[in-house]
Structure formats: C-alpha cells, structure tokens
Design a protein around this ligand. Structure first.
Ligand SMILES: Nc1nc2c(ncn2[C@@H]2O[C@H](COP(=O)(O)OP(=O)(O)OP(=O)(O)O)[C@@H](O)[C@H]2O)c(=O)[nH]1
Ligand SMILES: [Mg+2]
Length: 219
C-alpha cells in the first residue's frame, strides 16, 4: 500500500506561504514578530501597553489569533492601532496563509512594526512558521518556573522571553524562581534575551521597548 505522508505535505504548504510572507515583509522593510505563550500569560495586555507607550515613536499593527471571538481585537482597537482578528475555529495555532490574508488587510506601508498574537498555547504555534522575523515567548510567573524545561521548543526558538506579571512576586503570592527560568531558557537558547516585566505596572517594559526600537532600526 502506498504511504502518504500528510503531515509533511501540510507543513510544506505552510512553508510556501511563510516564504511569501517573508518576501512581502522584506520588500517593504517591515519587522514582524510572532508572540507565543500559554492562555492568559498577558499577551494582549503587553501588546496594548506597548502600543500606548510607544505611540509617539512608532506605528504598530496587530494580527490577533484566537480560536473564537474578537475580544482581543476589541482590546487592541481601543488603543486605536489597526488590527485584524483571525478565528481558527478550533486549530491550536495560526498558519502562514492566514497571516498572508491578514497582511493584505493591514495598512502595512504605514506601519513600523507588525505584532502577531498567536493562539494561546506553548506547543503547536512554535512548530508553524508564519514568515515572521522572530518569535517572542511570554511566560508569566503564575505558570511556574519549570516551563522552559518542560516545554523547550518555544524557548529554544524565540529571540526574546518576556517574564510577565513580576508584580505578583511582591508579597509572595506565587513561587517563581526567576534565576531558574532564566538559566533553563538560556541553556536551551544562548542568544535569547530575557526581560522580566509587568504589563500591569509597567516595570521592566523599557527594556522590551529598547529591544523593539533597536530591532526596527536593524530591519
Ligand atoms: N498581575 C498582573 N496581571 C496581568 C499582567 N499582565 C496581564 N495580566 C492579567 O492577566 C489576565 C490575562 O491577560 P491577557 O492579556 O488577556 O492574556 P493573553 O495571553 O492575551 O490571553 P489569551 O489571549 O487568552 O491567550 C488578565 O486578567 C490581565 O489583566 C501583569 O503584568 N500583572
Ligand atoms: Mg490575548
């Protein structure tokens, strides 16, 4: 019986669109980052605060990925940034063809930066290239400091790790050893930049903004 390797074929189709997205962005000199984390680690909160805090410096467009609803797109719309919502209707990750369609709906020429919020999940999104210039992993201190060791894929592939919700460390509400998370992530990925932040209080966000502005300059 002939063996059909369906998994490989789907990935190849995704890679084809990812390559088209890479070309589309490169021709226009635009930086595009793919934000990945578990549900609720604070992706949308980080995006909204980043847009507001940098509004006098850069124009940011957002592609929101969720299984259902446009709740996150509404939160981004409140910042007045252009946003496209994608509903995957059950799929646990965004795919490159969805990003290709979304890029056509954004005013890309007017933007300095495109941020993609992937479907909340530490596993599948890391396996599907979207044509982005880099992945940004978010891990909140409420999730446990063992996550880089237990879910290595995303930490191995990301340019930046945002350790969010550090405000919760004050008062001992959660046990999270920042040094352990940093050591484990750096062991998986020597180049990863790690910024402890609180999207709620703004603590540490300046380091993330400096990295973003420098990366836009280099693109
Ligand atoms: N204490 C604290 N809470 C935060 C922080 N950042 C986000 N939150 C809260 O965490 C919850 C989830 O935040 P979201 O921004 O919706 O998380 P998300 O990663 O976008 O979630 P999904 O899109 O569902 O995957 C909200 O109640 C936020 O107010 C933070 O730095 N500190
Ligand atoms: Mg969100």
């Amino acid at each position: 019986m002939e063996k059909i390797d369906i998994g490989r074929k789907i990935l190849s189709e995704n890679e084809k669109y990812a390559f088209e997205n890479i070309m589309f962005l490169a021709e226009r000199g635009k930086l595009c980052l793919n934000m990945i984390s578990s549900p609720g680690s604070g992706k949308t909160t980080i995006l909204a605060r980043t847009i507001s805090d940098l509004k006098d410096k850069i124009k940011i467009g957002v592609i929101e990925g969720d299984i259902q609803t446009d709740i996150d797109a509404e939160r981004i719309r409140a910042t007045e940034a252009p946003v496209v919502q994608i509903n995957t209707e059950g799929a646990c990750h965004l795919s490159a063809v969805q990003i290709s369609d979304a890029l056509k709906k954004l005013p890309v020429e007017d933007l300095d930066l495109i941020l993609i919020e992937n479907v909340g999940n530490l596993v599948c999104p890391s396996a599907f290239a979207l044509g982005e210039n880099g992945k940004i992993a978010v891990l909140s201190v409420a999730e446990g400091d063992d996550k880089p060791a237990k879910y290595p894929g995303i930490f191995a592939k990301s340019k930046v790790l945002l350790l969010n919700k550090i405000d919760l460390l004050d008062g001992g509400h959660v046990d999270f050893d920042i040094e352990r998370a940093k050591t484990d992530a750096s062991r998986l990925n020597k180049a990863i930049e790690i910024f402890p932040i609180s999207a709620k209080t703004g603590e540490g966000m300046a380091n993330w903004y400096d990295w973003l502005l420098e990366s836009i300059q280099k693109t």
